[in-house]
Design a protein around this ligand. Structure first.
Ligand SMILES: O=c1ccn([C@@H]2O[C@H](COP(=O)(O)OP(=O)(O)O[C@H]3O[C@H](CO)[C@@H](O)[C@H](O)[C@H]3O)[C@@H](O)[C@H]2O)c(=O)[nH]1
Length: 496
């Protein structure tokens, strides 16, 4: 029997790696001719990602149904964080430095193709790179294998990055550059930017911070990746036609590689199972079991999100004022460029005096949470989200209405899309930026009231999108069919 091995490279972050692994599982389960090898880049400073890699890798190796293997790449010499202006600049350089290791690993996989006297022989059929791993396209080219983009953010953001080299010319002429601050329009009449993957013009302030810091290294990487996506044989996006019709259709033009919306691809069980602190995770679920249906507002800011102490205090006051039951995930700001947030040990000192005592009967404050399991719980009635794409897809899958509080990466654009283009969320903020902004207690209070008591239209639309997201993945659903087309294309590209 001959297996076709698909190789995956991923950015070492929860929001990137988990959807890559789930996509690899989806593909190999759908078509038994495929096996998958996920090349693992390790960053020692990210224990939560490493914990996922270890637990998930072990589970996959003993799970009969999944033909997905993790292959750990050797670590590269640490970079000096001081040399980089942004964590994206650091990350992309670090990934690029793994090129020789990726080449070596794939060459070894290919060496087993010929001369294998095993019952199962293997042929490497393609390399999938994620949004920040496009430097690996060179490796695929050198080895003569086709490369594909696997994009774990929305199609709208993919469209944005593809358009970014064009937008750059506009930003260069119409905006004022700065070494440290966000760029601003030269002319106050420029209040909107037209991006082809958005139905509506965007206020400049919902662009990612990286796109508004023209002089920083992250900006150059955005340009680089946007150009390189065009070199792939296909762009696979973790989204679905019914959610992003405008953005997906905007990508279906002749000069672009074909686009395959194959989502939502979610890890519906895994993330709750691999966190080392199982006791805290179980305590949260027991607490939720005691709450009435749809009564709890859940606040969580992603795997990389943390807020200032002043902001945490405003949230505490806002929550207390509304009197809603709440489950609030708080993370301590990271120690530096490449680190992820950690867990607080002294929250009593940070939150308003007496907060824990006064809210003991209605609220639970915690660190890392089993988010998917929480969103699936009937007690949860609303989700204040940082608008990471995985969080959005998860919330829609379980039909939980969201309130938008973007913090970093492309989340401001996602929030804009959710509120202004889809009507699937209540707005707290669209253009919040950690470090320069403060959402006041009364703003949060207003947003929460709208989320939990007010906007029936959002609630109704979210329920409809829940059904559509599930249908998309079923046999003959839009994403199911799109994955089928991708499989045909994969076979055609290697002449099978
Ligand atoms: O306490 C937590 C925090 C997060 N999660 C999970 O971690 C994932 C987080 O993914 P996402 O919501 O996409 O946020 P980020 O971790 O911030 O992901 C990065 O990657 C995404 C996909 O490219 C982007 O959309 C985001 O903006 C970017 O920050 C989700 O599956 C959550 O369920 C937990 O289980 N518990």
């Amino acid at each position: 029997m001959r297996k076709l091995n698909l190789v995956f490279t991923s950015t070492p972050g929860i929001g990137n790696l988990v959807p890559v692994v789930e996509f690899a599982r989806l593909l190999t389960n759908r078509d038994r001719r495929f096996s998958a090898t996920v090349l693992i880049i390790t960053i020692p400073e990210r224990p939560i990602v490493n914990s996922y890699i270890q637990t998930r890798g072990t589970a996959l190796s003993v799970h009969d149904n999944d033909d997905v293997n993790f292959l750990h790449l050797p670590t590269v010499d640490p970079l000096s964080a001081d040399e980089y202006q942004s964590s994206l600049g650091y990350l992309c350089t670090l990934i690029e430095k793994h090129k020789p290791h990726v080449k070596h690993a794939i060459t070894n996989l290919m060496a087993t193709e010929s001369g294998s006297d095993n019952a199962v022989s293997v042929r490497v059929a393609g390399l999938f790179v994620d949004m920040f791993c496009t430097s690996m396209i060179d490796v695929a080219n050198e080895l003569g294998i086709p490369s594909y983009l696997y994009f774990a953010s929305p199609a709208s953001f993919l469209g944005f990055l593809l358009y970014f080299p064009t937008l750059d010319a506009q930003l260069a002429t119409e905006f004022v550059d700065s070494d440290t601050e966000l760029i601003v329009p030269k002319d106050s009449s420029i209040t909107e930017l037209k991006i082809p993957s958005f139905a509506n013009p965007l206020p400049p302030l919902v662009l990612p911070t990286t796109a508004l810091k023209r002089k920083q290294d992250g900006y150059m990487w955005y340009l680089y990746h946007g150009r390189r996506y065009l070199e792939t044989k296909g762009m696979i996006v973790n989204t679905f036609q019914e959610l992003e019709p405008y953005a997906i259709d905007s990508l279906r033009v002749t000069e672009m590689p074909p686009v395959y919306p194959i989502g939502p691809v979610l890890d519906l069980h895994g993330l709750a199972q691999w966190h080392p602190d199982r006791a805290s995770q179980e305590k949260i679920m027991r607490w939720l079991d005691d709450q009435p249906p749809s009564s709890v507002v859940f606040l969580c800011f992603g795997s990389m999100g943390s807020l200032s102490e002043a902001q945490l205090r405003e949230i505490a006051v806002g929550l207390e004022r509304t009197g809603f039951r709440f489950l609030w995930s708080i993370r301590e700001p990271s120690k530096g460029t490449i680190y992820l947030p950690g867990e607080y040990t002294n929250l009593e000192e940070i939150l308003p005096e007496g907060f824990f005592h006064r809210t003991a009967k209605i609220g639970l404050v915690c660190g890392w949470v089993p988010q998917v399991t929480i969103l699936a719980h009937q007690a949860v009635g609303g989700f204040v989200s940082h608008c990471g794409w995985n969080s959005i897809l998860e919330s829609l899958w379980f039909g939980v209405p969201m309130a938008t509080w973007p913090v970093y990466a492309e989340q401001q654009m996602n929030a804009f899309q959710l509120v202004k283009e889809f009507g699937l969320a209540v707005e707290i903020r669209l253009d919040y930026r950690e470090g320069c902004d403060l959402v006041l207690a009364e703003e949060l209070e207003k947003g929460l009231q709208q989320l939990m008591d007010g906007d029936d239209q959002v609630r109704r639309k979210v329920k409809q999108m829940k059904e559509k997201s599930r249908t998309a993945m079923m046999e003959d659903g839009s994403s199911y069919k799109s994955l089928g087309s991708l499989i045909e294309e994969l076979m055609a590209n290697i002449g099978c």
